[in-house]
Design a protein around this ligand. Structure first.
Ligand code: GLC
Ligand code: MG
Length: 698
């Protein structure tokens, strides 16, 4: 039976299609047997709806019209696909798709091959060092702590700083303020609890901040359980430290095993009454040296590395690495002055440290730790960073060894302490020499870094003069590589005066001229009592007496303050490609001025940085570097607003003034042969201005 559907019925049935299926003869032009349908048959559609039938009691229903193509089944499609008019476009489309895919793969591979590596977090941000006793106290005991640091995290966001290194906060008797560790897996109660640490780390990660912590492999505290077991002869721990027979009378050493002297002064040997032998300590007697020739020690310390990496810390600063191994023969070290009476040798500087520093095998240990860190670095954005601490003074080649080789990676960089020598003879030339020293000795392709202060060295603002605070921060933040700032440097904090009877530092107790307390005073946050550092009656070290005129709060409100400059420079560094990954060319130095260019191939904007580290002077760069334009505009100045443009024929700078000058050029200085020796780049990359992208192999 056939009937034509009313409008109402039609809409009802279309809904039903979805539920019960459709047999759409309208497209079965050839029929199942391949025969052509009779004319007119294709226009109507027969639909069988069993459920509908049951409800209506109708045996067969035909409805017209149903939209063409609706519900076209696969069999029907396949019948069409064999027709010539469909086959050709299909083949064309198929091969076009194949071609496009191949082109896409080739383009992607080329882009990947040509793209320079993205800078990792430890390359793109300055590293800010916190001395936890002195940053912020949260529990009114006069000593800074982890919760205090957490309360101050906004400071780093404000500074555009994303990498924070916190000096030790492990359980410790505090003989060397935390560098004498009693338990590597516990937080000292003075700093808080493990929960505080976990909270701090997760709040840091929430804000995109990375955490670097200290790893102190050379020694433990004498209170560490390993040392306790070692001295009482527990089998496994017997050789965890370096023991040697020595002469003693009534528990006091009368003749040490050799002439070795501790970094902090006097013999590096101490008699232990429990074991009846002497043990080696390259630092305090309360910091016995671990014996890394014992495989169990290496394993236990590697487990400590894993413990903190598993907790999620982003980097390790490896403390005092050059002392990790000593010569097994324990021979006397040569005297600097052979005429000196050996009995009178008490100071570390009186010996050459041929047998107690930088021994063969040291780098293998560090490379092993780097490998462990690599295991934890596979997730994107979770690269674990490693920096080593070793003062090698004039032996810069030794420092560079911590970069590893092209085959085996070691530290991402060893700390570059050479700028700490600046105060010795502050001048444009001296600064040029120190920058060149690092850049020309660093193995090709590695990443530089710069340190102008830390908890072991006088604050630069005091060591030179307050006048140079800004220009030194400008140097730090415009050189290529990673800058490191010690807390307070951003506001130009100065050393405090500590009288001899008030000295807390063990090194200072041995030799007051070596006292490190002056540069460890509380952070100056604001003008309130204790500079906003603590609400205690007394802080562990006094706050600088001039904190009311030098603090974060005041400087935040002053656009010409060191803090404002620091912030401008960190932001500039982030925003300008040539500053964070371009060339540096050292173009000029004299007694007063040091000048260098930062540029990137393909980018027409370049920067000329002119720093006055001496007295007021006028520099003419046109004769020495005629490739530079006649004029440049002032992008940043330590004396903001003083001038807008500068003629390169007469760059006037006052004592301690620094300028970041911007100019446009088609003539990169690093391509000028005269400057080739003075130009350095870590990972060469070029800018393709038409597309606004960077590429390598240029
Ligand atoms: C490192 C630390 C220093 C400490 C010494 C011993 O040099 O920076 O503060 O006293 O190691 O651990
Ligand atoms: Mg506290």
């Amino acid at each position: 039976m056939k009937r034509t559907m009313s409008k109402e019925e039609n809409s009802k049935d279309i809904e039903m299609h979805a539920d019960f299926g459709v047999e759409n003869k309208g497209f079965d032009q050839e029929g199942e047997d391949g025969s052509k349908p009779a004319e007119g048959e294709g226009e109507t559609t027969s639909v069988q709806l069993s459920a509908f039938e049951a409800a209506d009691g109708l045996s067969e229903l035909d409805y017209t019209p149903i939209k063409p193509y609706a519900g076209m089944p696969k069999e029907v499609l396949l019948q069409y696909s064999t027709q010539a008019c469909y086959r050709l476009p299909r083949e064309i489309l198929f091969w076009l798709t194949v071609l496009c895919t191949l082109v896409l793969v080739a383009v992607t591979a080329t882009i990947i091959a040509l793209s320079p590596q993205c800078l990792s977090w430890w390359q793109s941000s300055p590293v800010y060092q916190i001395y936890p006793r002195s940053f912020q106290d949260s529990d009114q005991d006069g000593v800074g702590d982890l919760k205090g640091i957490q309360n101050r995290l906004d400071h780093f966001v404000y500074l555009n700083v994303k990498a924070i290194w916190i000096s030790p906060f492990y359980k410790s008797p505090m003989k060397d303020f935390g560098y004498d560790v009693e338990d590597f897996r516990e937080i000292d109660p003075i700093f808080g609890t493990m929960e505080d640490f976990d909270n701090l780390l997760s709040s840091m990660h929430d804000r995109g901040l990375k955490l670097i912590i200290d790893f102190i492999p050379n020694h433990t505290s004498d209170k560490h359980v390993w040392f306790q077991r070692s001295r009482n002869g527990t089998e496994k721990y017997k050789d965890y430290y370096i023991w040697k027979d020595c002469e003693s009378v009534n528990g006091t050493m009368t003749k040490p095993p050799n002439n070795w002297v501790s970094v902090f002064g006097n013999s590096a040997w101490q008699f232990d009454t429990v074991r009846g032998q002497c043990y080696l300590h390259q630092f305090l007697k309360e910091q016995p040296d671990l014996n890394f020739r014992n495989a169990d020690v290496l394993k236990d310390m590697t487990d400590v590395v894993r413990f903190w990496l598993e907790k999620g810390v982003d980097g390790l600063r490896m403390d005092a690495v050059k002392f990790i191994l000593e010569a097994e023969h324990l021979r006397d070290e040569p005297q600097v002055n052979p005429q000196q009476n050996p009995e009178n040798i008490t100071s570390h500087s009186e010996l050459y440290h041929d047998y107690t520093e930088s021994q063969v095998g040291l780098h293998v240990i560090l490379q092993g730790w780097r490998q462990v860190m690599d295991e934890y670095s596979t997730e994107p954005g979770r690269y674990r960073f490693m920096v080593t601490e070793s003062y090698d003074y004039e032996e810069i080649g030794r420092t560079m060894m911590y970069y590893g080789t092209s085959f085996v990676q070691e530290a991402n960089f060893p700390f570059n302490f050479y700028l700490l020598d600046l105060p010795e003879s502050l001048s444009g030339r001296a600064c040029y020499d120190l920058v060149k020293l690092w850049m020309s000795n660093m193995p090709k392709g590695y990443w530089p870094n710069w340190v102008v202060g830390n908890h072991d060295n006088p604050r630069i603002a005091s060591a030179v003069s307050r006048k140079y605070v800004n220009v030194i921060n400008m140097l730090l933040l415009t050189l290529p590589g990673t800058p490191t700032s010690y807390y307070g440097e951003e506001i130009g904090m100065e050393n405090i005066a500590v009288s001899e009877d008030q000295i807390q530092d063990p090194f200072g107790k041995f030799d007051p001229s070596e006292n490190r307390d002056p540069f460890r005073s509380p952070m100056q946050w604001d003008s309130s009592p204790n500079a906003g550092f603590s609400e205690a009656n007394k802080t562990w070290l006094p706050v600088h007496p001039e904190y009311q005129t030098c603090n974060v709060m005041m400087q935040r409100n002053d656009s010409s303050s060191p803090l404002a400059l620091y912030r401008t420079l960190t932001a500039l560094r982030d925003s300008e490609l040539s500053l964070h990954r371009g060339w540096v060319c050292l173009v000029w130095s004299d007694a007063d001025v040091f000048a260098y260019v930062r540029e990137l191939d393909g980018l027409s904007t370049a920067f000329l940085i002119v720093l006055n580290l001496g007295n007021g002077s006028t520099t003419d760069l046109t004769a020495v570097v005629p490739e530079l334009p006649r004029e440049a505009s002032v992008r940043v100045s330590t004396l903001p607003g003083s001038k807008k443009t500068v003629s390169l024929a007469a760059i006037k700078t006052e004592r301690g003034e620094g300028l970041v000058l911007e100019y446009h050029t088609r003539q990169p200085i690093h391509e000028v042969s005269r400057f080739r020796e003075n130009c350095f780049v870590s990972e060469k990359a070029c800018y393709f201005s038409a597309l606004g992208i960077l590429y390598k192999n240029c």
